[in-house]
Design a protein around this ligand. Sequence first.
Ligand code: SAH
Length: 213
Amino acid sequence: MNLTPETQMQFLFSLRSRGVTDARVLEAMEKVDRGLFVQGLFANRAYEDRPLPIACGQTISQPSVVGLMTQALDVQPRNKVLEIGTGSGYQAAILSHLARRVYSVERHRELTRSARQIIETLGLVNVTVMTSDGSLGLPDQAPFDRIILTAAPEDPPANLLGQLRVGGIMVLPVGQSDTVQSLIKVRKTADGLDYTELCEVRFVPLVEGIAQG
Ligand code: SAH
């Protein structure tokens, strides 16, 4: 589907009306055409504010939720960011416009491959997409200024909290997969961790291990 100026305006309007008001986040989202990340049957619904199916039984998140999470993450231009759950690569592409460096990990090789391809085509050279178990984080590249999870663990994983820099922020959904989950923001200070609950969300569960096949 072609992204016409009218569709683009409507897309940005629906983000704003759901509370995505940060100018830098809106600008980054304006630069990334969601239509490139939704293939097949649902391609013509890419500009609607709803989650959509992607390969491997996963989903690309709802744009307004992507916006609210990105806003809560408060990414600064010098930041090194880790994303757990690359999926389509849409969130990673948005982060690439806000951060110095983005690492994104995905447990399905097929998703890693297609996300990497789109990100390369877009020339987003500060993003690295890898297949690995995100519940372990990425110890080789730690610490991170920002960590975002787009799959829900029951509690914030200790490995990831350990890889967050002091002064850093982590945004993630937590809770059981078959119920409503909470989106939370964790700030790491010199004295410990500060938790803020943001809103209710529904994400696929964080699953341990790399997917087989
Ligand atoms: N951020 C994505 C949304 C992806 S949905 C986007 O913009 O499209 C969540 C993704 O998390 C799924 O692709 C799922 O395979 C992945 N995932 C779940 N558990 C994981 C784990 N332990 N490590 C890495 N990825 C994981």
